[in-house]
Design a binder for this molecule. Structure first.
Ligand SMILES: [Fe+2]
Ligand SMILES: [Fe+2]
Length: 361
């Protein structure tokens, strides 16, 4: 298991660049690095009724359809020094959070592969780690063009590791893979409509890229359907918690970056509604209870959460005793908002017989 440590010799810390430090900072909403109970992952089984689907997915991974996709072309040699400084800053922020998320998947999957013997699951995690490493490397190459590449080996040692029960890893990583797919494809489709807004060639890579994330999500879906205890009883309450936690986090983070979405020609509210509704819809392949995204109150409560968080940031900037009290009150208001979201009636459905879905959006 990874040793959870944030304390490093000062000299080692001083020698890494600002981007690496910002990727290392454990802000409340930043992507985290995870570790888990590997013996429990080793005990996962593939049931006979899911075997064919599993073998098909593994055959796709072996075929490696994106083997030659992550190669840069001449478009990347363009001069980006004329990019508007505020856009540059927001783009780098977007890339750093993306590279951290990709890389955290890469090392978690690699660690699981290393720690388990179960041949089915071991092979899968090896393939997924390969893909995420490729994704992280590709983003980091672009960061390097801006002279701000993240030191990924440093991050492995310096980032704080959070222990998660295996079932929480399955819910959270399944959702992050599917939400990753939904985000990449929505951004890609936006630029298809508005090519003049595509300010960097990396976005052209998102179409095939998102198919990797989709495939990773499919593998988790089949794994969970093969081990149905993760989808039953009290675990349904955990699933609901994870769906809401993932959606709230994304909504608040994206709204804090509204100007960046505007620069890409998108309205952040519209983007988040599309991505959340699509991810929620896809997740019905595996989760018996999902969110009713047709409920206007659901969106109103997400908006309350964002407004509270923004007011918190402003109060923190002001400083002083009154601001501290205000921040506490806003934090409490967000807890209440989350509970209200949690208590809304879920969308219940019988799980479809055919687990697998096709990426047709
Ligand atoms: Fe990825
Ligand atoms: Fe992925």
């Amino acid at each position: 298991m990874y040793e959870a440590t944030t304390e490093l010799p000062t000299r080692a810390y001083d020698s890494v660049n600002e981007t690496t430090k910002s990727a290392q900072r454990d802000a409340m909403l930043a992507p985290r690095f995870y570790t888990t109970d590997f013996a429990a992952v080793d005990a996962l089984k593939i049931t006979p009724d899911n075997r064919q689907m599993w073998d098909d997915i593994l055959a796709e991974f072996r075929r490696d359809p994106n083997k030659d996709h992550f190669k840069r072309n001449a478009d990347f040699d363009a001069d980006f020094s004329t990019m508007d400084p505020s856009l540059r800053e927001q783009f780098i922020d977007f890339l750093v959070s993306s590279v951290t998320a990709e890389f955290s998947g890469c090392i978690l999957y690699a660690e699981i592969k290393k720690r388990i013997k179960n041949p089915d699951v071991r092979e899968l995690f090896g393939f997924m780690s390969r893909d995420e490493g490729r994704h992280a490397g590709f983003i980091n190459h672009t960061l390097n063009d801006f002279d701000v590449a993240v030191d990924l080996s440093f991050l492995t040692k310096a980032k704080k590791y959070t222990f998660f029960q295996p079932k929480f890893i399955y819910y959270a990583t399944y959702l992050s893979e599917k939400i990753g797919y939904a985000r990449y494809i929505t951004i890609y489709r936006n630029f298809e409509q508005k090519p003049d807004k595509r300010f960097h060639p990396i976005f052209k890579w998102f179409e095939n890229w998102c198919l990797d994330e989709f495939r990773h999500g499919e593998a988790f879906a089949v794994l969970m359907r093969s081990n149905p205890e993760f989808l039953e009883g009290r675990n349904r309450l955990w699933i609901r918690f994870f769906l809401l936690a993932v959606f709230c986090t994304m909504y608040v983070r994206d709204h804090a970056r509204a100007p960046f979405f505007a620069q890409m020609g998108m309205d952040v509210e519209d983007f988040d509604r599309r991505v959340i509704a699509l991810t929620n819809l896809i997740s019905r392949q595996v989760f018996p209870h999902t969110i009713n995204t047709d409920d206007p109150e659901f969106w109103a409560l997400l908006d309350t959460m964002w407004k509270n968080t923004d007011a918190m940031r402003k109060a923190e900037e002001q400083g002083g005793l009154f601001s501290k009290v205000k921040v506490l009150a806003l934090k409490a208001a967000n807890v209440v908002t989350f509970v209200r979201l949690y208590l809304r009636p879920p969308h219940k459905q019988a799980l479809p017989a055919d687990v697998r879905m096709q990426p047709t959006w």
